[in-house]
Ligand binder design. Sequence first.
Ligand code: F6R
Length: 265
Amino acid sequence: MMPVRSIEIAGSTVRVFPSASLACVAAADFITRTIQEATEARGRAVLGLATGHTPLPVYKRLVALHRAGEVSFRDVSTYNLDEYYPIAPTDLQSYRTYMDRHLFDHLDIPPNRTHLFDGTVPEAFVADYAATFDRWIAAEGGLDLQLLGIGRNGHIGFNEPSDVSVHEALRLPSRLMALHPITLADAAADFGDEGLVPRRALTIGVAPILAARSILVLAFGPKKAEILAQALRGPMTAEVPASLLQSARARVTWLVDEAAAARLG
Ligand code: F6R
């Protein structure tokens, strides 16, 4: 088996695994350690979580570790990155359904500590509601860990590419976003047809993501190779939101597979 190698890119450390499944084992171990250390230090752990295809094996592994008695989520609070808008939490395509099905239903986490944006909030209140999420996270003492995937267009959460300055991009709060055409196309399979994908989503902002005490980014497969190279080797720009992670590089751990690392050199 090929060993795990580390690449250093302008101060960012990227760990390249022979397969996505091995990287996911490492990610689950990292999350478990974070939970144990934070609960020992502060009596609780606050996790920022992602949905999508990438973290599914991580959640499977966390469930297995929990069942084996290796980790408890009794003292954990979670905040998910995003939710479609509008959508009902009970909708099969909602991220609430995804999280319950793949993770929360199998853990000892108190249900009132799993936070996802509610995609039924009336439009007149949605901006205030999104800002409230940032205050909740701050009131919990901030995120111990933010888990991230990357969109093919470089989005993190649903912070989509834009032409704002880097200064403004680094300060983007949680808010309602119009989804980018690549995001809509990539979500088409989940909804059965692109026309059925909600056009907007609530997302945790760039600023609260970057404020996490530690950030774990996963990128797997050849479709992520180009954007990963831009995020790590390119300039920081709001056109590639994942490049903004360079501003927090000392707190960011990149776990990728060989296919995604193909253009890192
Ligand atoms: C999901 C999220 C998105 C995904 C990204 C990659 O909560 O915030 O940014 O991480 O779209 O999606 P997958 O993992 O399906 O390739």
